[in-house]
Design a protein around this ligand. Sequence first.
Ligand SMILES: [Zn+2]
Length: 421
Amino acid sequence: MNKKPDLLILNCKELLTIRGASSKPKIGHELDDVGIIHDGAIAICDERITDIGETKDLIEKYKDDTNFKIVDASGKVVSPGFVDCHTHVVFGGSREKEFVEKIKGTSYLEILKRGGGILSTVNETRKLSVDELIRKTKKHLDNMLTHGTTTVEIKSGYGLNLDNELKILKAIKILNETHPIDIVPTFLGAHVIPDEYRANPDQYVNLVIDMLSVVKEYVKYCDVFVIVGHFLLNKAEKYLWKQKIGLSLKMHINEFKNIGGADLAAELEIVSADHLDLITDEEIDKLVKSNVVGVLLPGVNFYLMNNNYAPLKRMLEKGLPIALATDFNPGTCPTENMQIMITIACLKMKMSPGQALNASTINGAHAIEMADDVGSLEVGKVADIIMFDIPNYNYIPYHFGVNNVEKVIKRGKLVVDYKKI
Ligand SMILES: [Zn+2]
């Protein structure tokens, strides 16, 4: 017997369950299937989904029980909340000045070389207290939630010394406890060599290794920015890290140039390899073999005005599980909005809207090992739900640059409702 629901969502015109992939990410043609139920309904008790099916069946089942709230989703599209599995949300300052330079033709790597880019954000971040960081970050999390993101991975990496990295991780911990969004924290001390270690980068590598023993209690993952102009690590150091910390790994690789990160990612069997813009067929095969999820961040290509979009077709043919995320950060993708990522993925990488939705929900959940709990609408899962005020799901990428969300339900509670505005 199903638990008595405390909330019923009824009459969903299109209920996109994204079901059937909690134990393994979707690959190839599996990504086309959004598990649609027409005139669908969801029953929720406490924080979890207890029943799902057609509206007439759920009404029949619960007709003798009136002790629940009803949300009427007539004419609406309903999906799982977005899982944004790659972001850098906690930072000081902003970089709109670089936006103007970029339009005039200065490249990202040139800006970085003369102390702009990440290093300028590091300076601004170091100036802020934990409370100031929390206040600033809360606004970004609010933006995420109102645009349908209910789970987010956040990396540190704008502190680049123990005190400042800890400050960021403490801010993330407090926000996770106080904000409706669920946050998965990642340590990214290996982001870029800070100014004070430019003459001696090896010393900074040692410092990052030392930091790990302190920060590991705050994080689920350790990430490394293996990208030219940032953090070049040799294998020995990588192995050392793995043995020393016992944390699962993620890597930024193959973004501006292919410097061989994919081999290392496969060898270390990391959880996700992110960016993958410039990747060879052999490297894709290796990632597939090692069960690595490929996280694609097309908002960055769009924002940096390059055409190095990840080779989606080859990835799908070879069976690489792919997820979509914003990479929200102040320099290369300043938007919290997953709906725009879906539009860019469709227009620039030729993803279908269905593929993009799977990549933004269940496969994103696999990229942070939370697919048992989130990423699809199935019995037993956390009730993280978006209700879109649109006629069908193709409309999400089609009607772009605006917020198509009407309501967001997080852990069974209505947390966003534009109907009330
Ligand atoms: Zn990133």
